[in-house]
Design a protein around this ligand. Sequence first.
Ligand code: GDP
Ligand code: MN
Length: 396
Amino acid sequence: MKLMEYQGKDLFRRVGIPTPRGVYATTADEVRTYVAEHPGSWVLKSQVMMGGRGKAGGIKFADDAQQGETLARELIGKVLKSVQNPDGEEVKSLLVEEKVDIASEAYVSIAIDRAAKKPVVLVTAQGGMDVEEVAEHDPDAIKKYWIDPAEGYSPYIGRQLAFDAKLPEGYRKAFPAVLGALYELFMDYGANLVEINPLVLTNDGRVIASDAKVELDDNGLYKHPDVAQWNKQSPADADQAAAVAIGLGMSNYARFEDEPGLPPKTVGTIANGAGLGMGTMDAVKNAGGGAANFLDIGGGAQAELVKNSYKLVTSDDRVKAMFINIFGGITRGDQVAKGIVEALSGDDVRKVPLVVRLTGTNAKEGLAILAEAGFVPVETMDEGAARAVELAKGAQ
Ligand code: GDP
Ligand code: MN
């Protein structure tokens, strides 16, 4: 789960990393009221998942309430685009923060180094720009440290990194504690990535996290149920909202646009497990078709969820045929079959030709339910994909 800046900063504050004071706002009126009550200079920061907001025009400075309102009206509803994100992302909310006077911008992050099986810390004095850019032009300016999780973090690691990365003097006292807190967050919240870019040194000597990028491992979310709820309240896009609305995780459903030169994406897919879901899409592609979507019903899905997943996928009218590919483990074949039959017996669902492959736990029971409802299941994934592609073509 990727967090927006304001959410990442919420976690920063929990572990004691200093952030600028401010407020989260979804309307221009809120911005005007806040700035009117707190005279000074403020930064309006578009809350989007994409990085590079500064360059994309998503960050504005306001010196009074009127200007704050005007700029907020400009930003909210605007679609920000960047090289990495050419389709753009709509701004739905803002973070209004105290504008700080920047003396220096540093970069610090912690990520998982899978090869080393350890968290790796990256620090450079050249913050404020993409770290990839620094890596390209001045790789020696990036200092790394692999933290042994058994030993944990000690302040000397931060002191050494600040020194090696040549962070300006003003950072030296605060940096070890900031990095320690960032490591605590990383471990306690089960993050894949925590990044502060820039970690600002202000003219009056404060060290503040001016930006926050946090990616949490979904498998660790159970430890912090409040955080797990966050993006359910504000799904980043319609597919995520639709997934969450039926009880799936927000990254369990995604649609894919047609691409020039490739077959139209007309085959709906449902699988259990992200790996099998992607494999199913590949199989459709190999069979000469195009998967319109990815949908992972997860482990242990009940009939109700299968039914709602079917409805969700077929609500996309590009979908001309459906391929459901289930490898039963925790997911039981009979529950899947029941869900399919229920979905197809309702009037509130758009029905398309259906191919089902069902193996593993309770497959026999599931196949019996499907047979009774008149389905002929397929044996293998490739066979299923080929059949679904054929049916989709026939239905066009
Ligand atoms: P990003 O472009 O999405 O990474 O957004 P950031 O939050 O990192 O902001 C981008 C840039 O805007 C920073 O590197 C700063 O140069 C500038 N900026 C952001 N907040 C402030 C602020 O409070 N004061 C000043 N002077 N500049 C800021
Ligand atoms: Mn940034």
